[in-house]
Design a protein around this ligand. Structure first.
Ligand code: DGY
Length: 327
């Protein structure tokens, strides 16, 4: 019998073609919006496998009705939308797509850092609003990044790429905080491991690259921002709920930190009247870290291969919960 795969979005063709070649029966969600949780459950009920992404809610409700799924393949490196404990309990392997977007996401973090330091998004808006004015020797001043200290929270695949960019371009000193030390990266980047409070206190630019977990949820909050330098730039390209957005807004307003660059917000999408959007030292993007053709194509290939290899050889090349396959 042909395996039926529910494809929750219009993913890049590179991966879809691989699935088609293997003769799976694909049900593609063609609408220009994500499925609602109810639609997702209704559709998934009649399929063997699910190809999904970060906005699909794969929670207890979902598993209550879709415990029959044979594999879930997530088109993303983050998988905080999936109840992994429940998937593992049910013996459902969950695939993901690590590293495919590391370069692309590090580019966005690096770009946001410079954009915030030079108030780029705000200044762009002044032109649109007819406020270019005249050359002002003391107006619109930003700050320079060279030789400053970069603090990385979560020195993994993407964090390392961000640190490399900052070291090569601006000879920045690298400090980091992780759950476990990354000795290889310390050597590669001459990076120093510091305690969380020291990361807050010493970073000129603090860039977040960790996963969203109960431990990291809102770990960047009011009491933390107060410990940072008033000149510090906060960058988050990981997940919005890692920072407390009201506290971040307040921290910038009261000058506890200089500004922020966000590719992720809490919640998403951000509402157009959010006060952060009109601040001079804030640059915000709509969660596009992995948004290059190269990264998205590669993500679709990895997500497809996780399904193909599972049905061919019983292996999932990039798996979140290897325990379910006995490895
Ligand atoms: C991911 O992969 O987790 C990104 O947030 C979206 O590509």
């Amino acid at each position: 019998m042909k395996k039926k795969i529910l494809v929750s979005r219009q993913y890049p063709k590179a991966g879809i073609r691989l699935l088609e070649k293997e003769n799976f029966h694909l049900t593609m969600w063609e609408k220009q919006r994500p499925m609602t949780p109810v639609e997702l459950i209704e559709q998934a009920k009649t399929h063997h496998a699910l190809l999904c992404t970060l906005t699909d809610r794969i929670d207890k409700d979902f598993f209550n009705q879709c415990a029959h799924l044979e594999i879930i393949s997530q088109f993303a490196v983050g998988y905080d939308n999936i109840d992994i404990i429940q998937a593992t309990h049910l013996g459902i392997p969950v695939g993901f797509t690590p590293d495919a977007m590391s370069e692309a996401t590090a580019d966005i973090a690096f770009g946001l850092m410079i954009a915030v330091a030079r108030k780029m998004f705000f200044l762009h808006k002044t032109i649109i609003n007819g406020q270019w004015g005249y050359f002002n020797p003391t107006g619109n001043l930003g700050v320079e990044i060279k030789n400053k200290t970069l603090g990385i929270f979560g020195l993994g695949r993407i964090g390392v790429k961000m640190a490399q960019r900052c070291k090569n371009a601006y000879d920045m000193d690298i400090i980091y905080h992780n759950q476990t030390r990354n000795k290889a990266a310390e050597k590669l980047l001459d990076a120093t491991y510091v305690e969380f409070d020291d990361l807050l206190a010493q970073s000129d630019v603090l860039s977040v690259h960790c996963a969203l977990t109960p431990k990291t949820k809102e770990i960047f909050n009011g009491p933390g921002f107060i410990k940072m330098k008033p000149s510090a730039i906060f960058i988050n390209t990981a997940r919005g709920p890692i920072h407390q957005e009201k506290d971040l807004t307040q921290a910038i307003l009261s000058g506890d930190i200089w500004g922020a660059g966000l590719d992720v917000t809490n919640p998403e999408p951000m509402q157009p009247d959010n006060p952060l959007l009109s601040m001079e030292n804030v640059c915000i993007l709509p969660h596009v870290g992995s948004g290059t053709m190269e990264a998205r194509n590669q993500m679709s290939v990895l997500a497809a291969m996780n399904i193909i290899e599972f049905y061919k050889n019983g292996k999932v090349p990039h798996i979140v919960n290897p325990k379910v396959l006995g490895s």
